[in-house]
Design a protein around this ligand. Sequence first.
Ligand code: SF4
Ligand code: SF4
Length: 253
Amino acid sequence: MTGINFSCTSCGRCCHDLRLTLSVAEAIQWLHRGGEVQVLCHAAADLDDLSPVVAYRSARSFPARSGGLAIRVQVILTAQFDGACPNLLPDMRCGIYGARPNTCRIYPAEIIPGLALKSDRKLCPPEAWDDRQPGYLSADGRLLDVVTDTAIVAARAAGLAEVGMRRALATALGMKIAALENEGFAVWSIPSDSLLHSLRDAVQEAHDPSKDTPSPDWLFVSPRPETLALITAAGANAVSSANHDQVAYLPLY
Ligand code: SF4
Ligand code: SF4
């Protein structure tokens, strides 16, 4: 592998039509600014034998059950917008640059350890990757950009530290529907005021073991008959449609 050179050209492409992953604190700030936040949920069987990427996700999920199957549920907070980000200025600069979410600081690098950066899968224009740009990734895969590296470390740590908060949030919102990991997401659209309230409560309750409540019996949703058959054969509960006015299904492919 050769190294990668990169410098952001401020083209603004990565600031359009996004679901921007947020930490709990970032989601609270985003809602405070009047932005929209959605709650995405996926789950998988709780297995011991995991690839590094699945192990990374698994460490950021909480244990639960669906029927007779032990599962792990991951709750992901995203800022959702069609078109330009509400914080994007007309000259393509970020209007909240000093307070922008870590995901914005990290792009186009990868947050998941071991996931290779592929420039042809990124939105950045060719000139951003020109050999005359500063070194970004060393030949042995080390990130050379300190700002990006710092944001990755912070985002990985937040993902681990927030597992209890996300579980408390799921409980507070009455969440018990998840898509199958790697197939899609159950997208929970909660009114902003309620979500802000529940996020604040989740931060408090995650640090209070007396507030720990039993996990509900989770339900997988999948539009694919073959997936439904696999899930039910594993002893879990599955339906083809969420049939819930706050839940939509977002396929990954
Ligand atoms: S917060 Fe700033 S950097 Fe992030 S998507 Fe919006 S405009 Fe772009
Ligand atoms: S797409 Fe790439 S070059 Fe364009 S603003 Fe985003 S990070 Fe910078």
